[in-house]
Design a protein around this ligand. Structure first.
Ligand SMILES: [Zn+2]
Length: 270
C-alpha cells in the first residue's frame, strides 16, 4: 500500500513531464475506478491544459484548468507517464492521451484506487477537513501533544488514523516509533511533551529519508517511470520479526494492533 513517501515520489516524478502539457483524449477502460459518470469524467478532462501536480495526504492532485483530477492509488494503483510507442501495461484502468503524443496511464490490479474530477473549491473544502501533513510546519511536538491528550488508543494506531495525521501508514508508523524509542502499545494520551517532540522528529525523519530513497517497494509500488523504491533495505523494524534490533541486538517482536502487524523492540521502546 503506498504511503506518503511513495505518493510524494510519484508526484515529483510526474510533475516535470506533465505540467504544461495538454490532455487530448481520455479512455476509461474500467469505469468502476472513476468517481461518478465515466462520460462526464472524460468530457471534463479532454482537450484541457495540465497545471501543477501536487500531493495532499495520499492523493495525487493534478490541476486541470479550473478543476483538479484527484488520484488515490488505493492498494495497487500506479500512475505513470509513457511514450506513445511503449506497449500498454496489463490491468489498465484509464488512459490519457496527451497532445504531445505521450500517455498518462493509470493501472490497478486490485482496483481499490479512485480517480475523481472536481472543481477547486470543492477540493479545497475536502482537503481542509483532512488531518495535518506530517512534513508541514504545523506538525510539531506541541500539536502532537495537544492532539493526544485524553486518548487511550495505543500510539501506533493513533498515528495511523488519517483524521489526525495524514499519510503515515503501517510501515512508517512502526519505523518512526522505533526511532523515537516509544512502545507502540503505549497509550497516546500518556506521551510526555518530550516524547511528543521525539516522535514528531522521528516521523519527519523517516518520511524524508524514504522520499530521498524514492519510497519502499515491498510488492506493488512503482514510481512514475516504473522504477522500484530503495527504502526497503533501510527499514529497521518492519517485517523483521525475530531479527536483532539494530540499536540493541534484542530480537524484534511482532504484535497485531487493529488488524495490522506492528514490529518493535521490547527492550529499547518504552
Ligand atoms: Zn532494541
Amino acid at each position: 500500500v503506498p504511503e506518503l513517501p511513495e505518493v510524494e515520489t510519484i508526484v515529483r516524478g510526474l510533475s516535470p513531464g506533465l505540467t504544461g502539457t495538454r490532455i487530448g483524449s481520455v479512455a476509461v477502460i474500467r469505469p468502476d475506478l472513476v468517481a461518478g459518470d465515466a462520460v462526464a469524467f472524460t468530457d471534463a478532462l479532454s482537450g484541457r491544459p495540465v497545471g501543477a501536480v501536487t500531493r495532499r495526504a495520499k492523493n495525487i492532485v493534478i490541476a486541470v484548468d479550473g478543476d483538479v483530477l484527484v488520484v488515490n492509488l488505493g492498494m495497487t494503483g500506479r500512475l505513470m507517464l509513457s511514450d506513445a510507442d511503449a506497449p500498454l501495461p496489463s490491468h489498465l484502468g484509464v488512459r490519457f492521451d496527451l497532445e504531445d503524443g505521450r500517455r498518462l496511464l493509470y493501472q490497478d490490479v486490485r482496483r481499490f484506487g479512485r480517480l475523481e474530477v472536481m472543481d477547486r473549491v470543492a477540493w479545497q473544502v475536502r482537503a481542509d477537513a483532512m488531518g495535518v501533513e506530517p512534513l508541514s510546519d504545523a506538525f510539531d511536538g506541541s500539536l502532537l501533544h495537544r492532539l493526544t491528550r485524553g486518548s487511550r488508543s495505543p500510539i501506533k494506531p493513533w498515528l495511523m488514523d488519517q483524521r489526525r495525521v495524514v499519510g503515515v501508514g503501517n510501515i512508517y508508523a512502526s519505523e518512526a516509533l522505533h526511532r523515537a524509542g516509544i512502545n507502540p502499545r503505549r497509550a497516546a494520551g500518556s506521551l510526555s511533551r518530550q516524547r511528543a517532540d521525539r516522535l514528531v522528529r522521528a516521523v519527519r525523519e523517516v518520511l524524508s529519508e524514504a522520499i530521498e530513497f524514492r519510497g519502499t517497494t515491498l510488492l506493488d509500488y512503482r514510481d512514475a517511470s516504473g522504477g522500484r523504491g530503495g527504502f526497503a533495505e533501510r527499514l529497521r523494524v518492519y517485517d523483521r520479526e525475530g531479527e536483532p534490533c539494530r540499536r540493541c541486538t534484542h530480537p524484534l517482536r511482532r504484535i497485531v494492533q487493529g488488524g495490522r502487524s506492528t514490529f518493535y523492540c521490547t527492550r529499547c521502546q518504552r
